[in-house]
Design a protein around this ligand. Structure first.
Ligand code: ACO
Length: 390
């Protein structure tokens, strides 16, 4: 029987995982079997507790949580060599490139050292989880010629990020909103970046490079880049009155509206209403975002025109508005996603390494066989190659 490829491996299981579960038809997202709504609305747990749950499969007891918070807090502090590398990076470069370089720097400093220690793998995981927000905040401050701020013990993960980025203590609501954004991004089964991390780790490469692979895969507009694209799109629409005509024009050109639709969810993304409610609270405290009305109108018009196709707002529809209101610049939106998602990446890496199999899919060869070498004076000149104009 002829072999066939499955483009993008869609629908092909390649790993067992107990980290998270999605049902796209019913709009279910569970972390370790717990619905995302239960985690956020009833239990009021915070991001580091969720990260612990994702790694270990169970919630920490009170003393374990205290130890976990202290451990991650310790790794939040950047060392001087890492700060020096961040300071030397081109200021105009994209923060995702900076983040990849920073993670590679941590690998240069610590990969060999960690590997030589008992429980070194878990030390690396704790270091990466703790350092990611500090790396993003430090690069942002350095590119703006501002001093790098150390974390504060009294603040949690989200609160520390806002403090280290803006140099201003967050309000309780700002902290809570960002903490929730990190939680809703913490894991989402075997998406492209998680798969990239698992593939790299499956070669027994180190965890720094596995996370750098995940960061690189997250960067694209088909994955982590959608939040940024959604906010820019809302800005380009400009006003509520223009939404209807704008949607008609986009659909006539058969283009996609950013922030709508999902490869898996065919009902509203369960993360979207959570972020929508938080956005409303934030706007009530700090004044409405000027584009909130545009977003609401876009959701209404899109529902009428695309709802029958199962196209509804996804998590990115509201997160950009929230970030913007929190004073987070647009080019940090993808790094924000990485700060949340690293919990899931690390939980998957733990699974990968505890039952490792090298990923080595097959190809279907489409080239020729048994060709002969053509001496240089016998070769015909190609009319134009992709390199001709370089
Ligand atoms: N705007 C307008 N129409 C859409 C959209 C959209 N955002 N998404 C899908 N459709 C339409 C398609 O044109 C198609 O119409 P047709 O049946 O008439 O040809 C139909 O809905 C089904 O679409 P598919 O492309 O099959 O949906 P798929 O599941 O392959 O795509 C995807 C999902 C890639 C996310 C798509 O909806 C999209 O590009 N959305 C915009 C980008 C975005 O917001 N991405 C973030 C995803 S969430 C995340 O990564 C965290």
């Amino acid at each position: 029987m002829a072999k066939e490829i499955v483009p993008g491996l869609a629908g092909i299981p390649v790993a067992h995982s107990g980290v998270s579960f999605i049902d796209g038809d019913q709009g279910i997202l569970e972390y370790r079997g717990i619905p995302i709504q239960t985690l956020l609305e009833e239990k009021q747990c915070n991001y580091l507790e969720v990260a612990y749950l994702l790694f270990n499969g169970v919630f920490p007891a009170a003393d374990e949580l205290q130890h976990w918070n202290t451990l991650i807090g310790r790794y939040r502090i950047l060392d001087a060599e890492t700060v020096a590398v961040l300071a030397a990076l081109p200021k105009g470069g994209h923060p995702m490139h900076a983040l990849t370089a920073a993670i590679a720097t941590l690998g240069m400093l610590y990969a060999a050292k960690d590997q030589g220690e008992p429980s070194g793998r878990y030390r690396t995981m704790a270091r990466l989880l703790g350092q990611l927000p500090s790396l993003v905040a430090a690069f942002h401050r350095l590119r703006n010629n501002l001093e790098v701020l150390p974390p504060k013990d009294e603040l949690d993960h989200a609160g520390n990020f806002l403090w280290m980025l803006r140099g201003k203590l967050p309000t309780e609501l700002e902290r809570k909103v960002l903490d929730t954004v990190f939680i809703v991004h913490a894991d989402h089964t075997l998406n492209a970046s998680t798969f990239a991390a698992r593939v790299t780790a499956s070669t027994l490469s180190d965890l720094y490079l596995a996370i750098a692979s995940a960061v690189a895969a997250l960067n694209g507009p088909l994955h982590g880049g959608a939040t940024q694209a959604t906010l820019l799109q809302l800005r380009s629409i400009g006003s509520k009155a223009q939404v209807g005509a704008w949607v008609d024009a986009i659909l006539a050109k058969k283009e996609k509206i950013m922030g709508l639709g999902h490869r898996v969810y065919k009902v509203k993304d369960p993360r979207a209403p959570i972020l929508e409610r938080l956005a409303e609270k934030l706007f009530a405290e700090q004044g409405a975002h000027p584009l909130y009305e545009v977003a609401m109108e876009l959701e209404r018009v899109a529902k009428a025109k695309l709802g029958y196709k199962g196209i509804y707002p996804n998590v990115d529809f509201f997160s950009g508005l929230v970030y913007d209101k929190l004073g987070i610049p647009v080019d940090l939106f993808i790094p924000m996603f990485a700060i949340g998602r690293i919990a899931g990446w690390l939980a998957h890496l733990r699974e990968q390494l505890e039952d490792n199999h090298l990923y080595r899919p097959e190809q279907i060869y489409t080239g020729s066989h048994n060709q002969s070498y053509v001496p240089i004076d016998k070769r015909g000149k190609q009319a134009k190659t992709v390199w001709s104009n370089l």
